[in-house]
Ligand binder design. Structure first.
Ligand code: NA7
Length: 493
């Protein structure tokens, strides 16, 4: 493990969520020097930050693990957020990573030193250290987006974003307002509807819902999983599940093809047969195509939203007042608690950290049009900086763990050039990246995400910020970097 100067590579991993933990495991297994910087006091990333009632991972639990670390202890087919957090804590303990993580250490800047071929990583407390490689694993959905609603700060009760859940806010027996009907808002409806006196769900856009099964695993089943991991493999690698991933990515990219028509039919049938009250049905009927917004996977939303305590408000919010929400038509909803399930700024990535690469190029400047990365992983102008779950990375609606593992395989081959002393700096060429991005943008516009709806998948110019080709194309691209697309530099001096 040496570079040309016969010194071990030093890696900085930013973030101790799912992807950062993955990088740490891989680097530890190689016996390399690394530090994981985590801004919070605990691991877990989005699973640490989101603790709202009803939080469920919408990837089947056995498919939402590292491939090398299956988990026999899931309680049900779909796991709660707390269980997923528990899984990552279990992994960190098992791989002995706690000592490698610097908690409460927010990275505020990254500066490339071309002469040394190193990054200077500076923390909020002003300390700095030099690293050969930086792995940015800082997540996507972690900067809460608050709605711009007049008077929000005048609300006399407790008002908070779902990723900043307020445990002291009255829910039981209370009059609760909930703004937002993405995956988060929908899951909250299903979890609190029977506890509240009244739940007003402010819905700007209705959602298509894919019905999915949910069932518990018994202790006997968990014991069987512990004894025989092949039983877990039979679930996570089931032909039907893997087939679904391929069919779904095919559907996304072939919007009038048979797979998409089949998905639309399932969602439409579920909608048509589930909602009894005609007035509610019209409120919940989407006017855009299924899967244009991130599809909701639920086994109970349509049933739970019909609970008498729930009122779906589709009018326009005029303002928040101290005791509730005033609608544009003058109607008033008196509320004790106001929950903001209004999503995240999905375009921030490693920012607000300042990143300055070669020739003084900053990440803000490079991303002036939209966040982008070569095959979602590397960036021209920013040598030896690798992103896990970076911009344009999501493939379909499936496990980001699988995506990160494949991205790691790609990254690891590039780091190999540094390990072997074949390079001191590696980054994609501007030309290669521009050609890739041109192809990606053209393809992304034709995917279902670009078929005419708003969603966090769209960048500021309205282009879907996702992988626009098939799952297999992603797997193939990640299997081996095309080195002719890379500038591979020897050490200076
Ligand atoms: P999303 O999916 O971004 O959903 C945000 C919701 O908030 C969505 O329904 C928005 O309506 C609504 N919203 C946003 N701003 C406003 C204002 N000002 N007024 C009314 N409604 C508003 O975030 P989630 O947290 O649910 O899910 C994010 C991802 O986390 C999810 O896809 C999973 O991957 C995990 P809109 O649709 O824009 O009309």
């Amino acid at each position: 493990m040496t570079t040309t100067s016969d010194r071990p590579l030093r890696h900085a991993v930013i973030g101790a969520g799912m992807a950062g933990i993955l990088a740490a495991i891989k680097l530890k297994q190689r016996g390399e020097e690394f530090v994981v910087y985590e801004k919070a006091a605990k691991i877990g990333g989005t699973w640490r930050e989101n603790r709202y009632p009803g939080l469920t991972c919408d990837v089947p639990a056995h498919a939402y693990t590292y491939s090398f670390e299956p988990y026999p202890d899931w309680q049900a087919y779909y796991a709660t957020g707390a269980e997923v957090q528990g899984y990552f804590e279990h992994v960190v303990a098992k791989y002995g990573l706690a000592a490698d993580i610097r908690f409460n250490s927010e990275v505020t800047s990254l500066d490339w030193d071309a002469a040394a071929s190193q990054w200077t990583v500076t923390l909020a407390d002003g300390t700095a250290a030099a690293f050969d490689v930086v792995i940015a694993a800082s997540g996507v959905l972690h900067h809460p987006r608050l709605p711009e609603i007049e008077g929000l700060d005048t609300f006399a009760g407790r008002a908070f974003h779902t990723a900043r859940w307020d445990e002291h806010a009255p829910i039981d027996g209370a009059r609760v307002g909930l703004v937002g009907s993405g995956s988060t808002g929908i899951q909250i409806v299903t979890a609190i509807n029977k506890k509240v006196e009244r739940l007003v769900h402010f819905q700007r856009s209705p959602q298509w819902v894919m019905p999915v099964p949910q069932f518990p695993y018994s202790e006997e089943e968990r014991e069987a999983f512990r004894r025989d991991p092949a039983l877990i493999d039979a679930i996570r690698f089931a032909d039907e599940y893997i087939g679904n991933i391929r069919r779904f990515t095919d559907a996304i990219t072939d919007v009038d093809g048979p797979q998409m028509l089949a998905i639309e039919q399932i969602c439409r049938d579920h909608f048509e047969t589930s909602i009894r009250d005609p007035e509610l049905k019209e409120k919940l009927r989407p006017n855009y195509r299924a899967a244009c917004k991130r599809l909701i996977y639920s086994w109970c939303y349509f049933e739970e939203v019909q609970h008498p305590a729930v009122f779906v408000e589709t009018g326009r919010i005029a303002r928040v007042e101290p005791h509730g929400v005033r609608m544009a038509d003058g109607a008033f909803h008196e509320l004790d608690t106001l929950i903001l399930a209004t999503g995240f700024h999905a375009d921030r990535f490693i920012r607000p950290a300042g990143v300055t690469g070669e020739g003084g190029m900053t990440l803000d400047r490079f991303w002036a049009t939209r966040p982008t990365a070569h095959y979602a992983v590397t960036l021209p102008h920013f040598p030896n900086l690798f992103m896990l779950n970076g911009p344009t990375g999501p493939v379909g609606n499936f496990s980001l763990i699988d995506i990160a593992e494949r991205q790691w395989d790609y990254i690891d081959q590039l780091i190999d050039l540094l390990r072997k002393g074949e390079a001191a700096a590696v980054m994609p060429t501007v030309e290669a990246h521009e050609a890739y991005e041109e192809r990606r943008v053209a393809a992304a516009k034709t995917t279902i995400f670009g078929s005419g709806c708003t969603s966090w998948y769209l960048d500021a110019t309205g282009v879907p910020s996702s992988w626009p080709w098939s799952y297999d194309a992603f797997a193939n691209a990640m299997a081996r970097p095309v080195l002719s697309e890379y500038a591979i530099r020897a050490r200076v001096g």
